[in-house]
Ligand binder design. Structure first.
Ligand code: C2E
Ligand code: MG
Ligand code: MG
Length: 429
């Protein structure tokens, strides 16, 4: 192993310690210190496809390549499952950091061999500098990671950290106080998206999806306000109110297909709320929800962050007749060792795989793998993001149990969804 590699195991505290000693040195001789964060594109997909051992071998080779492309006093260190950091001490200026980024990226362009398959590994990089961007090492790492996330979003190879404009921060404060008013004034609404049984195509249930009809901003999607509510702590109130509204609506749904299931999303932070199980049970009691009809969707990433605690919460929910679906499955990395004891009842395959499964054989393999995994562990499996008939057919052939997506229906306001139930005709597939 190259002596430029500090560690092949993710170890953030140790990275911060190393960074600190470089920072002191840079501050002492008036130089800059650069930190590059490199995220492997489609890391989770490779994880599912190739398994733990092969991925570890790939990550090791990646580290060697990065080390090979570095100057002699640069240092490489693993910071996450699919993430490396490169410390660039004694930089003259920003331009040198960009040159280094280019060189490191080039080192990854030669394909890798993994399980006798040749694959190309893409990466997104974020760059932050001391003292220009951050004065301490925690902030330096955070900013480099933010820049890397920005590179992923913008689909560019790398981004230099851009300090957040004060007015952007003010924007999120506005949202916070507006959200308070929204809760009080009943501006939050729930849309419902149908979920069908792939054996016969009958309606099986619906997922409740929050919308905020803001008088000032129009219809605000959850991707905008859920993160704000999570940061501010408003997420609890938001969730309990959504759960109650949804249970109330579901109690009045037409019975054409018998009792339908209702799926409600639970934010990751609420898994640590000790009142979750009793609050859910109370709400079910109030609205007369039948056992095994309420499904709580919790993301794979949230569950696997602390499997012991999550499993205990899920078992608690199960004892009250509530089912749990693991949402966005495939985007977090569940180890089989953890997975085998999972008390959930359903895996919900992330839409990013389903939407591209016809064009992209790797995505199709992931979908197929998740379906077999579910079958092996006696779990139901649902696919979200079904946008066309071909995908519906293909999922049916793969013996997926449920499907949800624009091909079947967009999320609809409550009244429109009740009408949808009354008029629904199964597609021919
Ligand atoms: P999710 O739970 O994975 O929900 C699926 C998202 O995919 C929904 O977006 C849905 O409208 C969208 N979708 C469904 N079918 C298709 C399709 O065929 N193609 C495409 N491109 N997209 C499709 P939405 O409603 O914007 O929700 C986004 C995320 O916001 C949800 O992802 C969920 O994580 C979160 N969210 C929504 N409502 C709530 C809530 O009440 N509580 C919490 N904690 N999170 C919520
Ligand atoms: Mg969901
Ligand atoms: Mg999802």
């Amino acid at each position: 192993m190259s002596d430029k590699i500090l560690s092949l195991r993710p170890n953030r505290p140790s990275l911060i310690r190393h960074l600190e000693s470089y920072r002191v040195r840079a501050a002492g001789n008036g130089k800059a210190l650069g930190l590059l964060v490199i995220q492997v594109k489609r890391g989770q997909e490779f994880g599912v496809l190739f398994g733990f051992r092969s991925i570890e071998a790939l990550m090791q080779e990646l580290a060697e390549r990065l080390a090979g492309a570095c100057r002699s006093d640069d240092r490489v260190m693993r910071t996450g499952e699919y993430e490396y950091a490169v410390i660039l001490p004694e930089l003259m200026n920003e331009g040198h950091a960009l040159l280094a980024a280019n060189k490191l990226l080039r080192s990854l362009t030669t394909p890798f061999e993994i399980d006798s398959q040749i694959i190309t590994v893409g990466a997104s990089m974020g760059i932050a500098l001391f003292p220009d961007h951050a004065k301490d090492c925690d902030a330096l790492l955070r900013y480099a990671e933010l820049a890397a996330a920005d590179a992923v979003r913008s689909d560019v190879p790398y981004k230099l950290y851009v300090p957040t404009a004060p007015e952007e921060l003010a924007g999120s404060w506005d949202l916070e106080s507006e959200l308070d008013t929204a809760l009080d004034n009943g501006e939050l609404e729930i849309f419902y998206q149908a979920k069908i049984n792939l054996r016969g195509g009958l309606l099986a249930g619906a997922e409740a999806l929050l919308r905020w009809r803001s008088p000032k901003r129009g219809l605000v999607p959850p991707n905008v306000f859920i993160p704000v509510a999570t940061r501010s702590g408003q997420i609890g109130e938001l969730t309990w109110s959504a759960l109650n509204m949804a249970l109330q609506h579901a109690a009045a749904w037409p019975m054409r297909f018998g009792p339908l299931s209702l799926s409600v999303n639970i934010a990751p932070t609420l898994l640590e709320d000790s009142t979750l199980v009793s609050r859910v049970a109370d709400a079910m009691g109030v609205w007369g929800a039948k056992p095994n009809r309420l499904i709580l969707e919790i993301t794979e990433t949230a569950v696997m962050r602390n499997p012991d605690l999550s499993f205990e919460t899920i078992r608690g929910l199960k004892s009250k007749g509530v089912l749990v679906s693991i949402d966005d499955f495939g985007t977090g990395y569940s180890s089989l060792a953890n997975f085998k004891n999972i008390p959930a009842s359903e895996l919900k395959i992330d839409k990013s795989f389903v939407m591209n499964m016809l064009e992209n054989p790797a995505d199709a393999s992931i979908v197929r793998t998740i379906i077999s995994l579910a079958q092996a562990f006696d779990l139901q499996v649902a696919a979200e993001g079904v946008e066309n008939l071909e995908t519906l057919r293909s999922l049916t052939n793969m013996q997926c149990n449920y499907a949800q997506g624009y091909y079947i229906s967009q999320p609809l306001p409550a009244a429109a969804f009740a009408q949808f139930i009354n008029e629904y005709v199964p597609p021919v597939f």
